[in-house]
Design a protein around this ligand. Structure first.
Ligand code: G6P
Length: 368
């Protein structure tokens, strides 16, 4: 490979540590303080066209599908535009009714995933406007779509996506800001969100300091055969993505669930050998997630918590705590995924797995 490891033992670890920088690159030149909004060069849409969008579809596969779920919360919250998230492999054959004035985004690191490309080509053929959120300049999707936004994350070599995921979430946050500001979002709210986005790279850098703690926790749990990952709202996709990272590179069975859904099934898996990873930073639904943690504890399940600093309540319930810096709503999932990326990395290493090239997986799936 012609990309340098820069002293890291694996590309995945290097890419995890590049995230403060890749996030800065995603935002460079795109935050407009004067108008308290975001700007994008390649959307190829007039302000009038943006204003008439009535519905948004976000589609992708794997990790990119998870960032779409984060984007759904962001866009609905800031822009109040209804969003649906579709697996590209389903969208391309499902033939759903798509209303006029729907904007379809294909989200893909590589820009070459066969299903995502096909979903974009099919919706475009039907006359919908299609846009790509993609990392690789000049990729097939960049050529197929009507316009798009590049991540500028630099090459991602590790098969399990890390920095592309956080950059996708960041681009979706800026997009939510932009669409919001074209509608009901006030100047002051726009300014506040810009400020929050500007703090993000440093928050991620701070979150990366949990590495030593995560390594100890990995040593404690790496022999488990099932993990549960639980979170709510913005951290429900974080739970899905954390579980996927573990499956991909350590071959441990893991399930991500919205924390409150736990009682409808996953709680039956809880026993003293099955760790539950709760993403429980301060914020909305914090109390509810604490209650779910109590339920797992009462059944003897070990608990690893991703929590805010100085949280005695979490400390009391959880067996192990990984702290992350406080990050406001929109930026929260971009910070809280960092310890989960590291957890999967360290567990995979302890199990002797090839983290950069996990068995049976490909960096981009260019066949159906
Ligand atoms: C493969 C990779 C994943 C990636 C997915 C979608 O499964 O192993 O890491 O999330 O494809 O790839 P894309 O390039 O479309 O984001």
């Amino acid at each position: 490979n012609d990309v340098d490891l820069a002293g890291f033992p694996h590309y995945m670890l290097k890419e995890i540590h590049e995230q403060p920088e890749s996030l800065r690159n995603a935002m460079r030149g795109r935050l407009d303080d004067e108008n308290a909004t975001a700007v994008f060069g390649g959307l190829n849409m007039t302000p009038q066209q943006i204003r008439t969008v009535r519905r948004i579809i976000l589609t992708g596969c794997g990790t990119s599908w998870h960032s779409a779920l984060v984007g759904e919360y962001m866009i609905e919250e800031l822009a109040r535009i209804p969003v649906s998230v579709e697996y590209a492999s389903e969208l391309r054959y499902r033939n759903p009714p798509i209303e006029n004035d729907t904007l379809v985004f294909g989200i893909t690191q590589s820009g070459e995933t066969a299903d995502t490309l096909a979903a974009i080509r099919e919706t475009k053929r039907k006359g919908h406007r299609t846009l790509a959120i993609n990392n690789v300049v000049g990729s097939s999707i960049a050529q197929a779509a009507d316009g798009g936004i590049y991540l500028h994350a630099g090459p991602e070599i590790g098969v399990a996506s890390t920095k592309a995921y956080t950059s996708q979430c960041c681009v979706l946050a800026m997009l939510a800001l932009y669409f919001g500001r074209m509608r009901h979002l006030s100047f002051e709210s726009g300014q506040r969100i810009i400020e929050e986005l500007r703090m993000l790279p440093n928050a991620v850098a701070e979150a990366l300091r949990c590495d030593a703690t995560v390594k100890e926790i990995a040593a404690k749990y790496h022999e488990a055969s099932t993990f549960l990952y639980l979170g709510r709202q913005y951290n429900f996709p974080t739970a899905l993505e954390g579980a996927l990272k573990l499956k991909e590179i350590s071959y441990i069975h893991a399930e991500g669930y919205p924390a409150a859904e736990m009682k409808h099934g996953p709680i039956a898996l809880v026993d003293e050998h099955t760790p539950s990873v709760f993403i429980v930073p301060k914020g909305t639904t914090y109390d509810k997630v604490l209650a779910n943690m109590e339920e797992v504890k009462a059944r003897g399940g070990p608990i690893i918590a991703i929590a805010s600093q100085d949280d005695p309540q979490v400390q009391k319930i959880a067996d192990d705590v990984i702290t992350i810096p406080d990050a406001p709503g929109l930026t929260q999932p971009i910070v809280s995924i960092v310890p989960l990326q590291l957890l999967s990395y360290h567990i995979a290493l302890l199990r002797g797995c090839d983290v950069d090239k996990p068995r049976n997986l490909a960096k981009s799936v260019t066949v159906e």
